[in-house]
Design a protein. Structure first.
Length: 568
């Protein structure tokens, strides 16, 4: 078959889905000089004009085998599936693998447990979650750290950061190898006079003002993170009982006035009646209280009764029964209304207004929930804001931290979330305008609050970061796209990220007998760490460290990017 009368190219890349992630994936592939085909339901016409003719667009459902054939799947070198539907992505991946067993297959999946299963059983090269890839940059921006990205590598965690060379000893050069030895990091690149230097020669001298992009490993940290997570669920040093009582007080002030009046009226009637029966029937206060409660709740008279009492006491008993039943009916109806309208959601959330030095995460979508979970695991006190009471991650989020239901743009919602004492505000909803409004409202309440804004348009993001003094403006799709592209082009990719006009791919694999000699220094890749066969830890791949068959290696591969950035 043909596409617009033309045969699809061979050795090309097929991208299924042209949403935010798909568009950025295609633009990055274009800067790498790749050609290909995009299959999408409803293409954005502006995006379509931006990618054609280098990437041809087929409109339709990629689950249709005929469209995959039309896109030339049998001759494709890679298929990247990034629609917003996990089930559709799995279906497309199965068809693509059946039609081309040789192509690199990269799939977008939110469910990471399913992703691991598919990678092991269906020969999918990588199954990635855009929100999982974007969460570490959001976390680093919220905490103000220099970590660019974090990702797992077996039993270890990899952290890529950018560190400045010590400027305390001007004129005294330090070699890159000495820097790596002193910091325990493997150098990925050096930024010198605004330029990126690749590859990294250990003998390269470093000058004050240079910045080294390095990768460090932390091993065996998963259990520690889990322990911090369990401790963090109780908040920032405040006992659960005190938080609960503070929540009860806050809730009492927020319930409808009729509810408060009914409760006060019931208490007054009960106290008055206890005094009446204590005096008239010579009961003890405990017996009188018991008699009043059984009367009001209409479960007496089995122990005490008013048959032999004076007429006025009988009349008072009738009043008490009618009045008590009416007040209880009012209380029950209002309480039922509160429950049905979800006003009595989570008493712990009401105490969030009294939090200090905490992080507010607005929006419990995929990225917001992952960020909330990562912050809690890191031991930080967090309060979430979610507008929808049927949000898919709402219940799971409530198990981790207080959740305030409401619009993050309003001062009342921010007050309930403790914005006056917040240290960081992260706006991570799916609405760019709502995110901007939320962080500006938070800044009005707490001018010193660090704000992190989620935004798709990176050109607008740069203007906002400069003109509106935002601490960080990030995009989920921009953070995730490099790894999707890297996984399609570089086998065994763990993570990909952009460094100016370079795409860097960190990969991990086991050295085979035929490839042991191919893992030394090369034009576009370098070794970082080596784990010898049978060893428990990675060791830096310093000079003379040649990998042997059976060794596990961590390396980096880099690709130059042509043209200018264009993320709109």
């Amino acid at each position: 078959m043909t596409l617009d009368g033309l045969q699809p190219p061979s050795d090309h890349v097929i991208v299924c889905g042209l949403g935010n992630v798909g568009y950025r994936v295609v633009r990055l592939l274009m800067r790498l000089g790749q050609q290909g085909v995009v299959i999408t339901h409803q293409p954005n016409e502006d995006w379509r004009r931006a990618i054609e003719p280098q990437f041809r667009v087929i409109v339709g459902d990629a689950r249709d085998d005929r469209l995959l054939e039309l896109a030339g799947v049998a001759a494709a070198k890679a298929v990247i599936i990034v629609t917003n539907d996990d089930l559709a992505n799995v279906s497309i991946a199965l068809d693509a693998r059946r039609m081309n067993p040789r192509a690199a297959l990269v799939v977008r999946l939110f469910d990471q447990e399913l992703a691991v299963h598919l990678e092991q059983s269906v020969a999918i090269d990588r199954a990635l979650s855009a929100s999982a890839l974007a969460a570490p940059p959001f976390l680093a921006a919220a905490l103000g750290t220099t970590v660019r990205c974090s990702f797992p590598a077996g039993d270890a965690d990899c952290h890529v950061g950018e560190d400045a060379v010590d400027a305390e000893r001007p004129g005294e050069a330090v070699s890159l190898g000495a820097w790596s030895k002193s910091t325990g990091q493997a150098a990925l690149a050096v930024r010198h006079d605004g330029q990126i230097i690749l590859p990294c020669d250990p003998e390269t001298p470093l000058q004050p003002g240079d910045r080294v992009i390095g990768l460090r490993l932390t091993e065996g940290c998963s259990r520690a993170v889990g322990r911090r997570c369990r401790r963090a669920r109780h908040g920032s040093g405040v006992s659960p009982f005190r938080r609960y009582m503070a929540g009860c007080r806050q809730w009492w002030h927020e319930v409808p006035g009729a509810m408060r009046k009914a409760v006060v009226a019931l208490l007054l009637v009960v106290l008055l009646s206890v005094g009446v029966f204590h005096t008239a029937m010579k009961m003890s206060f405990i017996d009188a209280l018991y008699f009043v409660v059984t009367t009001v709740t209409t479960v007496g008279y089995g122990d005490y009764h008013l048959m032999q009492a004076s007429p006025w006491l009988k009349l008072y008993g009738v009043f008490l029964m009618l009045c008590g039943a009416a007040i209880l009916a009012v209380i029950f109806s209002i309480a039922t209304d509160l429950v049905l309208r979800t006003r009595l959601r989570d008493l712990m959330a009401h105490s969030a207004a009294h939090y200090r030095d905490h992080v507010i995460v607005a929006g419990l979508g995929n990225i917001g929930f992952r960020l909330l979970r990562d912050l809690v695991q890191a031991g930080h006190a967090v309060v979430a804001i979610e507008q929808r009471d049927d949000a898919p991650h709402l219940q799971a989020a409530r198990e981790l931290a207080p959740v305030v239901l409401g619009n993050a743009k309003t001062a009342e919602t921010l007050r309930k979330a403790g914005a006056a004492g917040a240290q960081v505000m992260v706006a991570a909803t799916d609405d760019d305008l709502a995110n901007l409004s939320a962080v500006l409202a938070a800044r009005r309440i707490q001018p010193s609050c660090r704000v992190v804004l989620r935004l798709f348009n990176s050109e607008l993001a740069e203007k906002m970061q400069q003109g509106l003094a935002m601490n960080a403006v990030l995009s989920v799709s921009a953070a995730a796209a490099p790894t999707f592209v890297a996984a399609a082009l570089c086998p065994h990719t763990l993570h990909g990220f952009l460094l100016d006009d370079w795409l860097l791919c960190v990969f991990r694999r086991v050295v085979g007998r035929q490839t042991a000699q191919a893992d030394g220094p090369a034009e576009n890749h370098a070794l970082l760490f080596v784990k010898r066969a049978g060893a428990a830890r990675y060791e830096p791949a310093v000079g003379g460290c040649a990998p042997r068959p059976g060794d596990e290696i961590l390396g980096v591969r880099w690709y130059p990017l042509a043209g200018k950035r264009c993320d709109r």
